[in-house]
Design a binder for this molecule. Sequence first.
Ligand SMILES: Cc1cc2nc3c(=O)[nH]c(=O)nc-3n(C[C@H](O)[C@H](O)[C@H](O)COP(=O)(O)OP(=O)(O)OC[C@H]3O[C@@H](n4cnc5c(N)ncnc54)[C@H](O)[C@@H]3O)c2cc1C
Length: 450
Amino acid sequence: MAEPGLLTGWGRTAPTHAVSVEPGHLSDLRKLLETADGSGLIARGMGRSYGDAAQCAGGTVVRLAHLSAIGEIDEVHGTVEAEGGATLDALMRCTLRRGWFPPVTPGTRQVTLGGAVAADVHGKNHHRDGSLCRHVTALTLESPGGTFEVGPGKDPDLFWATAGGMGLTGIVSRATLQLIPVESELMVVDTDRFGDLDSVMAAMEEGDDRYRYSVAWVDCTSPGRRAGRSVLTRGDHALLEQLPVRRARALSSGIGDARLKVPRRLPAHPLNGPTIRAFNEAWYRRAPRRRHGELQPLGRFFHPLDGVADWNRLYGPRGFVQYQFAVGPDHADVVRRAVGLLSQRRLPSFLAVLKRFGPGDPGPMSFPMAGWTLALDLPVGPPALPDSLDELDTMVAEAGGRVYLAKDARLRPDLLAVMYPRSPELAAARRRVDPDGLLRSDLSRRLGID
Ligand SMILES: Cc1cc2nc3c(=O)[nH]c(=O)nc-3n(C[C@H](O)[C@H](O)[C@H](O)COP(=O)(O)OP(=O)(O)OC[C@H]3O[C@@H](n4cnc5c(N)ncnc54)[C@H](O)[C@@H]3O)c2cc1C
């Protein structure tokens, strides 16, 4: 069986041999690497990447999720060391009660530290804080060529090749993360609604810098001038002095659990064009035109999807494809054209999310670049979808942009070098730590990264 993941429609993979590294058995990991053959081996965390990055057809997938110990917080420096399989969820639960929070969190906290490093994940605060690896001070990397201790100041080439290197330089067994101090487990949130794309983009350009976190939900299903109407939410960690007395209680680990579950029996394709259009209409109408200063729990602000267990099943057996691209600040027109294209071709996106990125990390394969990023969830099925995504790829590549490999399942290999012109730096790092090319994934084979 292929490893179960979010990839539910675009590509299917051939059988994979999966091995779990058990708690305290780091030596098993070294043995696996030392005895690996040419069939390929790749790490897997929580399987939250949408495509085939943590799959290895015919080879071995090493599950790291049990290698999840979290050390004591160094209160002086605000750092914590954890094993590569520790999830951000577990990390937050440990650190929050002591007044610390991860510096970057993606749209789900059900990702491992190793998986987050391998994708150099970004959050709603990229415009202010950059992506995750900027806040990683040290990594232990287990590779076929040995164990490597790396960091931004120690073997930086290997460190930065690993940041966004999609597991192809080795397996992160430990990482040290710089945390940020917080006073409460609530967020102060401003919500604003905009009738079209231009006005929300103008508001983000003008005002994002006043907030640590910012994200816009964009309706790509409404036609004509309304295409791109949006709900913008921006916020900051609430300070104690901003809380009413009854809520100014001690910090716990209050981020919440999944409260809803997708029912077992569903119609064949619950999320299709009409239901998505109806959802988007309701979501837009429900949002306040302007509500500022609302207190929200962390989980609701950062990880609304984590509140619904197995939400990906809503797309039915055909599944969906995630598509996320980034373009520079002078290419905002690509965002407009992408939204226009989806609206005109009636390709419904359930969750379209727009963010502004600050400067990218130094890693050659790190996805974020200063400018704009748009992420789309598109149900598989409409005949126009494959060609439309190819067209978007070309548009993005011509603008000097790139797609996010952690979400990719279908990019044409010839576009990889255009979108990631520094990918030879990853190849050079791999030659050093994995001279026989044992670390491989379906993604690396599909895109010719090998
Ligand atoms: C609902 C949702 C929202 C998301 N929102 C965002 C977002 O806002 N921003 C963002 O950047 N991403 C986002 N993502 C993507 C997600 O953060 C990344 O795909 C992340 O890499 C998943 O981590 P994982 O532990 O599940 O890794 P997996 O999916 O298991 O693996 C991903 C990659 O990491 C490698 N890997 C895993 N563990 C290790 C290890 N220990 N050492 C070395 N390599 C390893 C794998 O080989 C693979 O290449 C989102 C995903 C979901 C499902």
